[in-house]
Design a protein. Structure first.
Length: 121
């Protein structure tokens, strides 16, 4: 399973990358939404995990591009800090598959990936 992880916080990004690779997933990373969009246009993914608040292009803009401009229906998990309910509500309207709050629980993320991986197959 190939997953794009879009996250601007270096510590969170490295932790996600490490854990997901440990679980056997093929991981590609982007440090902002603009780079994430460029990567999605040139490569195929089974899932996207994206932060909301990022420089250049935020996670909501990336989500909108993937859903509406590119027309992709792959699972997109949005991660955000507790208390960003307006952003998570907006993400749901745009087409986010699911949400996780920071700080992330790696086991919860893996369970969510498996859940949507099984739906896609």
């Amino acid at each position: 399973m190939k997953i794009l992880v879009v996250e601007d916080d270096e510590v969170t990004l490295k932790a996600l990358e490490y854990r997901l690779k440990l679980e056997g997933y093929d991981i590609v990373v982007a440090r902002d939404g603009r780079k994430g969009a460029e990567i999605v246009k040139s490569e195929s993914f089974d899932m996207i995990i994206s932060d909301i608040l990022m420089p250049h292009t935020n996670g909501l803009e990336l989500l909108s591009m993937v859903r509406h401009e590119m027309g992709l229906t792959i699972p997109i998990i949005i991660i955000s800090f507790l208390g960003q309910s307006n952003n998570t509500l907006k993400a749901k309207e745009i087409g986010a598959t699911d949400f996780l709050e920071k700080p992330l629980d790696p086991d919860e993320l893996i369970q969510m990936i498996v859940k949507y991986q099984n739906i896609e197959q």
